[in-house]
Write a protein that binds this ligand. Structure first.
Ligand code: SF4
Ligand code: SF4
Length: 346
């Protein structure tokens, strides 16, 4: 598969990476098998995180008999302070069975407060600089769902790679972030190219992204066949047909009323409800192991039951989502999933 230089790094990467969240759900043997099959298809880029359960360990196992320089590995730490960040880097190295990681992200810089914490003296960014100096990490990166912070971090000129959600529903990066990444020659990783599992048509999703040259799409992969389907689209680089464009518009209209972009502009909620977490039920259930989904969603759903319908959040949501109504819908959806799990899981 064709590879391109990734921004200002000296890495040659394929236009698609393998996202490491869904392999958490697989046994070690299955996960190793999927990673190896994906690499055998020619994909040379794997993205994981310290926070993705045993994903790093499984990837490390899959890669241990390969030439290290043939694969580009990206990982992440959610730490805010330098000490914990450096501990995470060492943990990633150990789990991935390698002595360097190509791209390491400050994970989820989604608010001004978090940005200040990671960038202040003694913050995680200092840890990232130190890890680079020690040769443990090659290129500094961050991931974010929040465009204002993403823009500020890009303009700080301290990062070589950025990772932001981007798909045909989540189009905000098209306005400023992608042009800025291009202008600054930064590597751009499109997180959630399938809308976190909500967009089911790989042809539409990846043909849409293929319009933006130089970006790397980072779909979470659970089965080798999923990557095969994506590669069929990527290796047939025709533009979107009129019919496909119409289909995208239709899906945008249908999902647009419910699709939470996780920007958190709606916060703070007077009842401290983590709104975006509650609106993610479908995506979390689809991508995470059941135990993790329960750990993530149970407390959020309990808080959501306290919604007073004060509607204060409504005017803050730039996508005009009917938040109280969607909270109720997601509570019901979660209850249905739990009922089904109780009937089917051992
Ligand atoms: S309507 Fe519900 S979710 Fe929105 S601010 Fe009020 S309590 Fe919070
Ligand atoms: S509900 Fe609206 S404002 Fe809140 S995170 Fe989702 S998209 Fe953003």
């Amino acid at each position: 598969m064709r590879k391109k230089v990734f921004g200002k790094t000296d890495l040659m990467v394929t236009p698609v990476a393998m996202g490491g969240i869904p392999i958490m759900r697989l046994s070690k043997k299955e996960a190793v098998d999927v990673v190896r099959k994906v690499l055998a298809m020619g994909v040379n880029f794997i993205d994981t995180a310290t926070g993705y359960g045993d994903s790093e360990e499984k990837i490390g196992e899959a890669l241990k008999e390969r030439r290290r320089q043939d694969v580009v590995i990206a990982s992440k730490s959610p730490a805010s302070d330098k000490k914990l960040f450096l501990e995470h880097v060492d943990l990633s190295l150990k789990r991935l069975q390698t002595d360097y990681i190509d791209i390491y992200h400050l994970h989820g810089v989604n608010s001004e407060e978090k940005m200040k914490e990671v960038m202040e003296p003694g913050g995680a960014y200092e840890g990232l600089e130190e890890a680079i100096k020690e040769g443990k990490v090659r290129y500094p990166a961050f991931s974010s769902h929040h465009m204002p912070e993403a823009k500020k971090l890009m303009l700080s000129e301290k990062f070589d790679v950025v990772q932001i959600p981007f798909n045909f529903i989540d189009t905000e990066p098209e306005k400023e972030i992608i042009p800025l990444a291009r202008k600054m020659n930064l590597g751009f990783i499109a997180m959630k190219p399938l809308g976190g599992g909500l967009l089911e048509d790989a042809n539409l999703a990846f043909r849409y992204l293929a319009q933006f040259s130089g970006i790397v799409a980072d779909p979470g992969i659970e089965k080798a066949e999923e990557m095969e389907e994506i590669l069929r689209v990527i290796e047939d680089p025709r533009i979107l047909s009129l019919q496909e464009k119409k289909k995208i518009e239709r899906i945008r209209k249908e999902l647009g009323k419910e699709f939470c972009h996780r920007c958190d502009y709606c916060l703070p909620c007077s009842q401290d409800i983590p709104i975006s977490s509650v609106l993610l039920v479908k995506s979390v259930v689809k991508r995470m192991p059941w135990q993790n989904a329960v750990k993530w969603l149970d407390p959020a759903i309990e808080k959501a039951r306290e919604c007073t319908e004060c509607e204060e959040c409504l005017e803050r949501c730039p996508y005009n989502l009917a938040i109280p109504e969607l909270l109720k819908k997601n509570i019901s959806l979660w209850e249905e999933h739990k009922k089904r799990a109780a009937e089917t899981l051992p």
